[in-house]
Every structure is written in structure tokens, then in C-alpha cells.
Ligand binder design. Structure first.
Ligand SMILES: NC(=O)c1ccc[n+]([C@@H]2O[C@H](COP(=O)([O-])OP(=O)(O)OC[C@H]3O[C@@H](n4cnc5c(N)ncnc54)[C@H](OP(=O)(O)O)[C@@H]3O)[C@@H](O)[C@H]2O)c1
Length: 248
């Protein structure tokens, strides 16, 4: 028996990287998982790779109507919702002097407003004992050059996990965050450019005490733990999956 037998889960950004690994892990634990993301072909490949107990609903978390379609599909299944992994995010970087209002609106529109809408629109469907997990980042805790807008958006996400945990505890719904360090996903390739990705990943590894960057499956394991009753005494916290980066 898996830890999530008979449960229903939503994973935003479930077509690639950490979201895909988490969707696969939640399915292996017995859940039926709804994944969303903007690229339909990417979602189709994810469904094929996971194999069963997964439904793709293409959409943009910054678009309320798209989230409505996602949750309509969950509602139509008729079993409520037990796990929400609000994972989708946008990462672009610019120093203070070059950052634009459009860039601010885009990053905060997806990472903060999109996360708000993802969780808010899930509320009517959440079953007793449901678990909501927000994907933050270790960048919420430091001041890396050029990362200002992304880092600030992730600090906001981390903050929202605390407030929402407090607001939803009366319903028996737990909200927590994961805070990954550098993880080997297509997200890094997109953010820094394919041609720079290998060098950037090697450089990132030098800052990680375990001597390497992480695998998406290692974050998925932490999310599965927060999704399950094994984490029943964890509320409003952040679980770091960072190879020690922020611990020493
Ligand atoms: N990789 C790392 O080192 C690292 C470290 C700390 C935190 N994180 C966080 O981990 C999460 C996943 O990132 P990742 O590294 O796995 O990168 P990724 O492979 O690029 O995954 C991001 C996913 O989100 C989807 N997405 C992006 N914008 C969206 C939107 N507006 N609506 C719906 N889906 C959207 C993307 O699909 P579409 O483009 O098709 O929409 C993609 O599948 C993010 O929150 C990121 O900030 C990553």
C-alpha cells in the first residue's frame, strides 16, 4: 500500500522537472494526480511517462479561467482533493538597474498571484486532512545578485505558507512549503540558456555541502512526505531540500 492510496492530488507545473518527478511519486504512492502547465505537448509526454492515474489539464496558473477548468476536472472526478502541490513558477533574472515593471508583473503574476489563485480556487474541494505544499526556494533566504525579483517572489510564497497554515488549520488542512536548493531540471536550462547550463550547474554544485546539485526525485520525496499523514505534526513550516546549502 502506498502512503496516498485513494487520494486525489493536483500538481501545477507537473509536466517537467520537480513537478513531473512529484506527480510520478504521488502516483506511485497511490494517488490520482492532475497535472497542469501551459504546453500541451509537454503534458502529453508527462502523462505517457507516468503511465496511469494521471490526468493532464493544460493551463496557465496566472489565468483564473484556466484554473477553473483544472478544478472542474477534479470536481468531476467526485472525490474532492487531498493534495495540492503549488509548484509552477517563472524564473527570470535581472539586476536592480535593469529590472522592468513588466518583469515584476510577470514574475509576481505567476509566482505569487498564480500561487494564491491555485490554492484559493482549491479551497471548496479540499477534503478533511488535506495537505497543501507550496514550492519556495532557498533563494528566498539570500541575496544573490540578479535574483532580486525571483527571490522576493519566493519569500512571499514562503510567507503565504505560514499565513494560510494558520487560516486553514481549523479545517484540518495543513499548509507547508518545500525550499529546494539547486536542482537539476529544465528550469535551470531555461533560466540561464542551454549553452550555459552545464557550466552553471557545475558552479552551483560548488556551493552545496554534499558536493552536487539535487535531483527532482529528491524534492518529490519531501513533497510526498508533506503530503502524507507521516508529516501530521508539521504545519506552516519549510522543509529544506538543499544538500545543506542553507544549513551551515
Ligand atoms: N530547479 C531548481 O534549482 C529550483 C530551486 C528552487 C526552487 N525551484 C522551484 O521549483 C519549481 C519547479 O521548477 P523546476 O526547476 O522543476 O523547473 P521547470 O522544469 O521549468 O518546471 C516549471 C514548470 O512550471 C510550468 N509553468 C511555468 N509557468 C507556468 C504557468 N504560468 N502556469 C502553469 N504552469 C507553468 C512549466 O510548464 P509550461 O512552461 O509548459 O507552463 C514547467 O513545467 C519552481 O517553483 C521553481 O521556482 C527550482
Amino acid at each position: 500500500m502506498g502512503q496516498l492510496e485513494g487520494k486525489t492530488a493536483v500538481v501545477t507545473g507537473g509536466g517537467t522537472g520537480i513537478g513531473l518527478a512529484t506527480a510520478a511519486r504521488l502516483v506511485s504512492e497511490g494517488a490520482h494526480v492532475f497535472i497542469t502547465g501551459r504546453r500541451e505537448d509537454v503534458l502529453d509526454r508527462a502523462v505517457e511517462s507516468i503511465g496511469s492515474a494521471v490526468t493532464a489539464v493544460p493551463g496557465d496558473i496566472a489565468e483564473p479561467a484556466d484554473l477553473d477548468r483544472l478544478y472542474d476536472a477534479v470536481r468531476d472526478r467526485g472525490r474532492g482533493l487531498d493534495v495540492v502541490f503549488a509548484n509552477a513558477a517563472s524564473a527570470t533574472f535581472a539586476p536592480l538597474a535593469q529590472a522592468t515593471g513588466e518583469q515584476f508583473d510577470q514574475i509576481f503574476g505567476v509566482n505569487v498571484r498564480g500561487t494564491l489563485l491555485t490554492v484559493q480556487k482549491a479551497l471548496p474541494l479540499l477534503n478533511d486532512g488535506a495537505s497543501v505544499i507550496l514550492n519556495a526556494s532557498v533563494r528566498a533566504d539570500d541575496g544573490w545578485e540578479d535574483y532580486g525579483l525571483y527571490a522576493a517572489s519566493k519569500a512571499a510564497v514562503r510567507s503565504l505558507a505560514r499565513t494560510w497554515a494558520n487560516e486553514l488549520k481549523g479545517r484540518g488542512v495543513r499548509v507547508n512549503a518545500v525550499s529546494p536548493g539547486a536542482i537539476d531540471t529544465p528550469g535551470i536550462d531555461t533560466a540561464v540558456g542551454e549553452e550555459n547550463a552545464a557550466a552553471v550547474k557545475a558552479d552551483l554544485a560548488t556551493g552545496v555541502p554534499v558536493g552536487r546539485i539535487g535531483r527532482p526525485e529528491e524534492v518529490a520525496a519531501a513533497v510526498a512526505f508533506l503530503a502524507s499523514a507521516d508529516s501530521s505534526f508539521m504545519l506552516g513550516t519549510t522543509l529544506y531540500v538543499d544538500g545543506g546549502e542553507k544549513q551551515f
